[in-house]
Structure formats: structure tokens, C-alpha cells
Write a protein that binds this ligand. Structure first.
Ligand code: PMP
Length: 452
């Protein structure tokens, strides 16, 4: 690996940036003012920007590259599959797809023994909800506020942040509930036990008031990610499982971001002794090297579609290149003990260092997480907990913090008033400590926005 970027590479990047601004329409952006960062190359935990600066990728590209960039075993597997067979329609058997499904069924808990493949996370969510509705014959869907489930029509309506507002016509069938959030308790709880008890009482009231006879599914991120990485308090997830069983509601655990080792376990749901009915996954399944997502399906829901056709499909469902990448990714994660490493990094480095940063920097209101899945929540005042940017919005302070992170040498994941610390699961201890030192430096800028 060479650290140096040539002037030719920089020229190619400049031309790409010009063409991008002329012809590429970007996600979530006002197209005019948007000035995207060019990435010339990437390797492991590092990327090189358009000027040739080497940046530490603590974003994992939207919490996606769990094995880092350009893992040689996965690149080789994609190349090998491309040499054999690039694509095959979903109705045919393909060995890469069969093996990917077997590995996923083996890793998911309980009787989730069947896999429907999609192209990413949003369509996994769409199909999981469709399966739940057809299985139960019930239409309404419960979803949490402060959640993210994807950018397609139903997935964005299930999403519990303001990005859904312009898509939500009010007829999606989704009803939102308040999740536990001990740092900003909606339930005026002062202990985690109180938070769990009150959040579950709220959820049961909501089920009763909406009518259990109408509710087909409850979708919940096992650990909410985009919305702020808050690990549910003890007892909450077990309580949700109990309520969904009691009222005949399909429990969809959305593991698109939290799954495949991110939280220090293969699936975040493994932090509790429960099995959901459906798990949605994407991202980490093959670190996004080729687009892939899917739904892991219980035996009971599978039975619904044993004789009755499932009314849904995708041309690229179980795409051979994507599945070959998944097989190689999962095997590399096992061979290189990446999930165990993620747990160790969280316990021994990220958690303790973030606790020190919280003690040192008055702008840090809360730090929380597990494995390689952490958030630093910034406030302008620790007493009032005034967020440094509103939920769903931005602020000059957060723009300055983001610029400081980049200046310090990091490609950060910043969302609203939070900095997410979400490195690849196989980042070296030294690189991780370097990244946390960059964060320390940028937090001085955040501190300058603190008011009494
Ligand atoms: N669910 C969750 C929990 C996610 O984090 C995401 C993506 N951030 C999605 C669904 C949507 O996935 P995709 O962008 O691949 O459609």
C-alpha cells in the first residue's frame, strides 16, 4: 500500500467532482449548495480525499464497512465470482446465494431459518412489513420515534425523524411510539428501571388504544443507530417481545445498522435472550462491497407462504456477486474474530476514552454505546441539556465541530447534535486511539459553544 497520491489521481478526482456537480443527483441534499467530498481511494480504516489528504474513516461509510475498505479476501471473492457468473435471475439456484443464506440462517437466533434477499435495507423493511401484514391479516404498523428505517415510501414513513414529514400523507398505517431514552426521558423517569417500566406501559396503552386487532407488526431497531445509538435499558426488549406475543403482533428487529458484529455480537438482539419473528439486515452482511440486504424469516411465517405465493420480488434478489461478497465477509469476520474484537474495542478503548472525554469537555452531554457502535451527544449546557443542534436539524456550532473533525484528520459521522464513533470492527488499537485523539481535539471547538 502506498500512502502517496499522484497528481494524475488528483486530476481525475477534480474532473469527477465537476461531472458530479453537473450530473449526479445526491441523496437528502439541496443540490445547489452541496459540495461532496471526493474519495480517491480507500484501504482498511483510511480514505484519501480529493486533495490527497489521508483521513481516518470513523464513519465506516454510513456504518457499513464493518470489515474496513478493500478487504483482500472479499475483493478476491467478488473477482472470482465475476469470472464465473455475474448475474442470475432470482428463480434459479446459485451456490453463492445458497451458502450466504445458510450462513445467515446459522447466525440468526432461534428459528429464523429462511432468508429473502433484497438490494439494501429499505427494501428489506418494506418486505418484512409486507410479510407481517400478509401473515397476520392486520395492517397497522408500530414504529418508534427517533428511528431510521430507510428512504423508500413505507420505510421513510416508519422512520421516526423529521425526514418523513414531506413523504407522510398520513395513510401509511404506521403509528409511532416513544422509545426509551434515559438521557432525555419522555416518561420523567429518574432510573433505568423506571424508564423501562414506563416505556412498556406507554407501548401497551398505545396497542390498546390503536386496537390490537388492527396491528400486524412492530418494527424496532435492536439498538437505534442513526437516531442516536441508545442501547435499550434492561428489560425493555424482553418486554416488547412479551407484548408483541400477547397481542399477536409480528416483531421485526431492524438490524440493518446494528447487525453483523457492529454492537460486539453478531446481532444486537443477541444482547437479550429473545428471538424476533423477522430480522432485517443489509450493510455489514457484506460491508456494502456489493449492494445486499434481506429479511431473516421464522419458520412460522415461512409456513404462511408454503402453499400461498409470496407477492413480491426483485430482479437482483440474491445477486451472485453480492452473495459471494457476503460469504467471504462472514467467513473473514469469523476467521479474524472481528465480532470479539468489536466487543473488546468497546469495553477496553472506546468506552473508557469517551468517559474521559466526557469528564474533560463540558460540551459532552452523554456518551453511550457498545462494541464499535457509540454516540457522543453534544449540548450547549449540561444542566439544561440543550442540544447543540435540534433533532433533525443542523447548527453553526455542529458545522464548526464537523469542520474541526475533518481538520484533525477524520472522516466523521455527524448527525444532528451527535458525533458517532463507528469505526470498522477490525481497526487497529493504535488507529482507534489516534481517532479518539482527533475527537478530543475537535471537542475543544464544541466547548467554545457552551453557554452558562
Ligand atoms: N434500517 C436501518 C436501521 C438503517 O440504519 C438503514 C440505513 N441507515 C436502513 C434501514 C435503510 O437501509 P438502506 O439505506 O440500505 O436502504
Amino acid at each position: 500500500a502506498t500512502d502517496s497520491i499522484t497528481s494524475e489521481q488528483i486530476a481525475v478526482g477534480k474532473r469527477a467532482h465537476e461531472l458530479d456537480r453537473e450530473h449526479v443527483f445526491h441523496s437528502w441534499q439541496a443540490q445547489g449548495p452541496f459540495d461532496p467530498m471526493t474519495i480517491l481511494k480507500a484501504e482498511g480504516s483510511w480514505v484519501w480525499d480529493g486533495e490527497g489528504n489521508k483521513l481516518l474513516d470513523l464513519s465506516s461509510q454510513l456504518v457499513n464497512t464493518n470489515i474496513g475498505h478493500q478487504h483482500p479476501k472479499v475483493v478476491a471473492a467478488i473477482q472470482e465470482q465475476a469470472g464465473k457468473l455475474c448475474t442470475i435471475a432470482p428463480q434459479h439456484v446459485n451456490d453463492a446465494r445458497s451458502e450466504a443464506a445458510r450462513l445467515i440462517a446459522e447466525l440468526t437466533p432461534g428459528d429464523l431459518n429462511h432468508v429473502f434477499f433484497t438490494n439494501g435495507g429499505a427494501d428489506a423493511v418494506e418486505h418484512a412489513i409486507r410479510m407481517a401484514r400478509l401473515h397476520t391479516g392486520k395492517h397497522k404498523v408500530l414504529a418508534a420515534y427517533r428511528s431510521y428505517h430507510g428512504g423508500t415510501q413505507l420505510a421513510i414513513n416508519a422512520t421516526g425523524d423529521p425526514r418523513r414529514f414531506s413523504n407522510d400523507r398520513g395513510d401509511s398505517g404506521v403509528v409511532h411510539f416513544m422509545p426509551p431514552y434515559p438521557y432525555r426521558s419522555y416518561f420523567a423517569a429518574t432510573t433505568e428501571a423506571e424508564e423501562t417500566e414506563r416505556a412498556l406501559r406507554h407501548l401497551e396503552d398505545l396497542i390498546t388504544l390503536e386496537g390490537a386487532a388492527n396491528i400486524g407488526a412492530l418494527i424496532l431497531e435492536s439498538i437505534p443507530g442513526t437516531a442516536g445509538i441508545y442501547v435499550p435499558p434492561a428489560g425493555y426488549m424482553e418486554g416488547v417481545r412479551t407484548l408483541t406475543r400477547k397481542y399477536g403482533i409480528i416483531f421485526i428487529a431492524d438490524e440493518v445498522m446494528a447487525g453483523f458484529g457492529r454492537s460486539g455480537k453478531w446481532f444486537a438482539i443477541n444482547h437479550w435472550d429473545i428471538t424476533p419473528d423477522l430480522i432485517t439486515f443489509a450493510k455489514g452482511v457484506n460491508s456494502g462491497y456489493v449492494p445486499l440486504g434481506g429479511v431473516a424469516i421464522s419458520d412460522a411465517i415461512f409456513e404462511t407462504f408454503r402453499e400461498r405465493p409470496y407477492p413480491g420480488g426483485l430482479t437482483y434478489s440474491g445477486h451472485p456477486l453480492a452473495c459471494a461478497a457476503a460469504v467471504a465477509t462472514i467467513n473473514a469476520m469469523k476467521d479474524e474474530s472481528m465480532v470479539e474484537n468489536a466487543a473488546r474495542l468497546g469495553e477496553q478503548i472506546i468506552g473508557p476514552v469517551l468517559a474521559e472525554l466526557k469528564a474533560k469537555h463540558p460540551s459532552v452531554g452523554d456518551v453511550r454505546g457498545t462494541g464499535c457502535f457509540w454516540a457522543v451527544e453534544l449540548v450547549t449546557n449540561r444542566e439544561t441539556r440543550e442540544p447543540m443542534a435540534p433533532y433533525g436539524g443542523s447548527s453553526p456550532a455542529m458545522a464548526a465541530v464537523t469542520a474541526a473533525l475533518k481538520k484533525a484528520g477524520m472522516l466523521p459521522f455527524v448527525n444532528f447534535n451527535r458525533i458517532h464513533v463507528v469505526p470498522p470492527l477490525n481497526i487497529s488499537d493504535a488507529d482507534l486511539r489516534t481517532g479518539l485523539a482527533m475527537l478530543d481535539e475537535a471537542l475543544d471547538v464544541a466547548d467554545s459553544f457552551v453557554t452558562d
